[in-house]
Design a protein around this ligand. Structure first.
Ligand SMILES: C[S@@+](CC[C@H](N)C(=O)[O-])C[C@H]1O[C@@H](n2cnc3c(N)ncnc32)[C@H](O)[C@@H]1O
Length: 475
């Protein structure tokens, strides 16, 4: 135990503690899908089970909000033991996955209440933990015994926290195989695929449902359910994997090198992005995949903050193993979710992401970017454009066979400039195109408008969807 840690109850002075948040992943979705009564019973039972564990770990309950329990534990070691017990004893509670976040830091007690940034950070860490997972910050890792089994989980930017935070996962059952449960994308209950009430494959991902009701809801509106089953963690899963099928992600880099003529367009894309990035600026890539752009950006511009988002944990795992990956703040989340970090973005990149998204999601992603970018910040897009000639038409067919028809359709129909304008971008222009085995890849860029410019009517002639400015130029 660190000498800085200990219990100083009621002294009113700041004291270092480990704060632990435990809650049920998917509780909100469960409440919507199965009703308040069911959700309240579930939360009550879960809290009762956790409370029974507290005395043995000298832990104290500080607060309860819905299904989320805030606990204070005098040492990080005791907190790790308690977290491991919560997850191993009750890892899947009533079909929901239990998740825990921990952070060690100082807080002050006023009366019965505790205050401090450490508590807020513990809550944010719990928010990003997947079901059945215990995540902890570097500060907690630093005061744990070296033998405590943990795995690095990369850096993460949290709202209202000035620096990226290094995260670790506590290995709860070393050497043991997790039961392969998936998550119902509608109510987010853990489902054993073998016992699922229904299953459906959507855009190459197989989903399993706890009930016929959840399956009906999904079937009626698959794109509304952004959270889907992705292994025992129940992590964000509504994405088309990099190479169209989950099993192909490991071969993505090789397939890109062989079929995508990357040298003809990646350097141009990176050059345009870094040209628009002010000194010390922030660049965000959505759908970063295996990290080719994000890592190159961090190398080209060591002064910049590089944020990279992807919905696929296996693509991120490949990215994080690459040289230079430590310079990038990786975020496992969907592109449709709020942009990570609390400060405005200077440059955004969507390289081969948009054709994976439904048109509704494309609009949401572009609108979020237009809002998150500083006035006149730019978005750079590499994605499929209208085919020209037989070869690119055949390529587009092959692409749609792999990635699905719906996502690429509007891009192949040349609708990207309209999507950009609708989202609030101006001055959209095509910077070039290159013919690949999968069709015609175009590079587009567009400018976000500051709040003032947005209230003015759109500029005439900012784009001509039928003849992009430098169409045909090889980037
Ligand atoms: C074709 S790869 C592109 C990777 C990289 N940007 C590049 O240029 O090579 C598309 C990536 O988008 C991710 N993706 C697809 N839909 C997503 C979504 N809704 N949210 C976040 N990532 C998504 C996939 O997981 C995949 O890694």
């Amino acid at each position: 135990m660190s000498s800085a840690q200990g219990s100083l109850r009621g002294s009113g002075e700041a004291v270092t503690q480990t704060f632990l948040f435990a809650d049920l992943a998917g509780y909100t979705a469960l409440t919507e899908a199965h009703g308040d009564e069911h959700a309240a019973d579930t939360a009550e039972r879960f809290c009762g089970l956790v409370r029974a564990l507290l005395p043995a770990h000298e832990a104290e309950e500080l607060n309860l909000v819905g299904d989320a329990l805030l606990l204070r534990v005098p040492t990080a070691s005791a907190a790790a033991r308690l977290a491991a017990q919560i997850v191993s004893d009750h890892g899947h509670h009533n079909g929901l996955g239990v998740r825990v976040g921990m952070h060690t830091g100082s807080a002050v007690q006023r009366g019965h209440d505790w205050f401090g940034a450490a508590i807020n950070l513990a809550a944010r860490v719990a928010d990003v933990a997947a079901a059945g997972e215990v995540l902890l910050t570097q500060k907690t890792r630093d005061v744990l015994p070296a033998a405590t089994p943990t795995q690095p989980r990369g850096r993460r930017v949290f709202k209202n926290v000035s620096r990226a935070v290094e995260l670790h996962e506590l290995v709860v059952r070393p050497g043991q195989q997790e039961p392969r449960l998936t998550t119902d994308p509608v109510c987010r209950m853990a489902v054993d695929p073998a016992l699922a009430a229904a299953s459906q494959t959507h855009q190459g991902i197989e989903h399993h449902f706890c009930s016929a009701g959840c399956h009906e809801l999904f079937d009626a509106s698959p794109y509304s359910y952004a959270w889907a089953a992705a292994g025992p963690g129940g992590a964000p899963g509504h994405y088309v994997p990099a190479a169209g099928r989950a099993g192909l992600t490991a071969g993505y880099d090789l397939a890109m090198a062989l079929t995508m003529r990357e040298r003809r367009w990646r350097p141009a894309l990176l050059h345009a992005a870094t040209r628009d990035l002010p000194p010390g600026g922030t660049v965000l890539e959505l759908g970063c995949g295996t990290g080719a752009n994000a890592i190159a950006l961090a190398q080209l511009r060591p002064d910049a903050t590089v944020l990279a988002v992807d919905g696929d944990p296996s693509a991120l795992a490949i990215a994080q193993r690459k040289a230079g990956a430590e310079r990038v703040a990786w975020h496992h989340q969907l592109a449709t979710e709020p942009v990570p970090g609390s400060s405005p973005i200077d440059v955004a990149l969507c390289s081969l992401l948009l054709h994976h998204l439904s048109d509704a999601d494309k609009r949401q992603v572009l609108t979020r970017l237009a809002d998150a970018l500083r006035g006149e910040g730019t978005v750079h897009i590499a994605d499929w454009g209208p085919p020209r000639g037989l070869l690119t038409r055949l390529g587009a067919h092959a692409l749609q066979a792999l990635d699905g028809r719906q996502g690429p359709a509007s891009l192949l129909a040349g609708e990207l400039p309209t999507l950009l304008t609708d989202a609030g971008f101006s001055h959209s222009q095509c910077a070039g195109s290159v013919t690949t085995a999968w069709g015609r890849l175009q590079l587009w860029q567009a400018q976000a408008q500051g709040p003032e410019a947005r209230s003015r009517p759109p500029m005439a002639g900012s784009h001509d969807p039928t003849s992009p400015t430098s169409e045909g130029a090889q980037p």
